[in-house]
Write a protein that binds this ligand. Sequence first.
Ligand code: ATP
Ligand code: MG
Length: 433
Amino acid sequence: MDHSKNTQENTTTLTTIRGMRDILPDETPLWARLEQVARDIFGRYGYRELRTPILEKSGLFARAVGETTDIVEKEMYTFADRNGDSLTLRPEGTASVVRSFIEHGMDRQLPWRVFYMGPMFRYERPQKGRYRQFHQIGCELFGPATAVADAEVMSMVMSYLRAVGVSSQLTLEINSLGCPSCRPAFRQSLTDYFSALKSNLCEDCQRRLERNPLRILDCKQEQCRELSRNSPHTGQHLCGGCEEHFTSVRGFLDGLSQPYQVNNHLMRGLDYYTRTAFEVTTLQLGAQNTVAAGGRYDQLVADMGGPATPAVGFAMGVERLALLLAGQDTVKPPLVYVATLGPAAVLLGLQLAEALRGCGVGVELALAGGSLKSQMKKADRCGAAHTVILGDEEATHRTLLIREMATGEQRRLDYQEGLHFLAAGFGMGGMVP
Ligand code: ATP
Ligand code: MG
């Protein structure tokens, strides 16, 4: 097949999709650490990993996230597959976790604690900290309806953020969003308040006023935020049960000496939250100031057709954590560089490199050959502690010329001795075959 005539055209289109990005090898060590610490910390609290498909039937999100949310109204990647079924790239994780909980009858194993991590997709306006493919790490706990469960979940989020090294820049904000018995009155008071100000709301919020006035509190437009600041808030409308629950949550956080701020105007962008809602915010990412968000959703499982089961959970934005920690995790350099001069030395170099890696030592072997000077330059650049220089002489006698990069000191050892010497420095000497 002749590919040549399309080359010109293709090179101009070979980029990622707007709002989606490559996480390059310089960044992946930080990402791997963010994931590893999540496994460690969440594991200590008894959470186990759940992996759900990235594609779900579209109806799942309309039902779980809410018809009147921004996500469902305008942000989902929805398309028909070859069979004509409507599928959606998941915009968030909780809907799939709840589907899985119901599908596998996990109400027989309460409490059910799971965490997940992976890409999510929302058609938003891309900017720093806001992408169309982004990643979340999240947890969900099914079963307990207690305030101590909410406090433990929030404490777990903060432990995680401390462990990855960002907690000093963060604030935990909490609120109670009420429940089906107190929300109607709150909703009505919002409708009354915003109706009088309707012409000052953005176009979207004028529509929200009819369909779901709670959404106005989550609007990012400055004019709506301004009006929301003085609007009725959830604190004025909580029923006795919600009030008691919220007081109790705060008591547990106080008892743990976990700092927090009550923010009565905190509203979540998803419909399913009840009672406790929280966000962890930073002043360092501009408008994208929330790094983690979550809360209780006691009605969702039943709303989705499952056995009534209270639940609480949260999700963190990995890109935003990575922005806060940028430059902190660097790639580990190989510890040994193996330079080879002439064809006879290549096999010895390959054997040595493989033997050292077998002992747990990171090795870069000069695969492209070249002059001694150019290979030494590469050895320098890669940051190796030792370089082994192999030429005809070494190949013939199976010896190793080992140069310590920091001092320039060189020593010649026979192959086995050299292997021990290089591996011993890394605590793996005993494993040398
Ligand atoms: P925001 O208010 O910033 O739009 P949200 O309320 O839509 O966030 P959630 O759905 O609760 O966010 O998702 C939890 C976390 O996932 C957010 O706090 C954020 O850290 C991250 N997140 C959400 N949307 C994006 C995005 N488009 N790009 C990057 N991270 C995101
Ligand atoms: Mg959003």
